[in-house]
Design a protein around this ligand. Structure first.
Ligand code: ZN
Length: 280
């Protein structure tokens, strides 16, 4: 039984709608309601200049932001999810995958490939939260594994951006197995003694946080990202206690020694470059 398909299905992705005149010219900050030109907001990597609020960044833009221009080569594009359990909830898993592909143009919740940061070759991957909440099924697990395997072959640093709700329930145990599989690939990569930098975005939770995302040699988070295993509501209901202010946010985790640094998005490329030159 295959856990993922090697040949992507033939459904065509929708072309994005053409904006009508004047539409989308301005952007209003979700946090402080400051209104700025959308172009200016996007040029600042979707970070509000006024209050520093980080809004979601399109997945390819994230890679462009940190890699040398034109250096990214996307790989593993032939992988698409199968439906090993024949799973169905409100909708069949197969149909959910198909409609998400049509809406996002993505085959699954992860993009992987190779690129360079200030001339240093890197094996890199990033979650796409817009694809089923960035959940990790067999395809995501395989792609993350390949990021570490390629880094091992290239003897190059590995970088993974996580933004995920955790395991993909539609793939049941096959999804949970990816925690062990990716961690094993990371363990093998350790032997080449190159750094693995894990960048946790908002949110990074569940099986991803509990495996490779928290196993970075350096663990970086974006400001105010929600990071943890179970969400705060689940913990409060389980322990029947009120959680402290800011619990599971980057700032709280840094203060308690759970992550190494909080890096605002506009400074990330420079910080990664600095880390790679220090750690080789
Ligand atoms: Zn703002």
């Amino acid at each position: 039984m295959a856990w993922f398909q090697k040949t992507a299905n033939k459904v065509k992705a929708k072309t994005p709608p053409v904006p009508t005149k004047g539409e989308g010219l301005f952007h209003k900050c979700d946090a402080c309601s400051e209104v700025v030109y959308k172009q200016e907001f996007e040029a600042h990597f979707n970070v509000c200049r006024s209050c520093g609020h980080h809004e979601a960044l399109p997945v390819r833009r994230r890679l462009e932001m940190v890699l040398d221009p034109g250096s990214f080569e996307e790989l593993d594009t032939e992988l698409a999810p199968a439906d090993p359990l024949g799973f169905s909830d409100a909708k069949k898993y197969k149909d959910r995958v198909r409609s998400t592909f049509k809406n996002t143009g993505l085959r699954d919740a992860f993009l992987s490939g190779v690129g360079a940061i200030d001339g240093t070759p890197v094996s890199i991957g990033t979650f796409a939260f817009e694809f089923m909440g960035g959940s990790m099924g067999s395809v995501v697990g395989e792609k993350v594994t390949r990021v570490f395997d390629r880094a091992y072959e290239m003897k190059a640093p590995a970088i993974v951006f996580s933004s995920t709700g955790g395991a993909r329930m539609q793939e049941g145990i096959f999804s949970l197995m990816q925690m062990a599989k990716t961690s094993a690939a990371l363990h093998r990569f350790r032997s080449v003694r190159k750094p693995y930098v894990s960048v946790m975005l908002h949110p990074t939770t569940g099986g991803v946080a509990a495996s490779f995302a928290w196993l970075g040699d350096v663990v970086i988070a974006e400001p105010k990202a929600l990071i943890g295993f179970a969400g705060p509501r689940v913990i409060e209901q389980t322990i029947r206690e009120k959680l402290p202010e800011g619990f599971q946010r980057s700032e709280f985790l840094l203060e308690h020694g759970m992550i190494d640094a909080i890096v605002p998005r506009p400074e990330l490329r420079q910080k990664l470059s600095q880390l790679l030159s220090l750690l080789g």
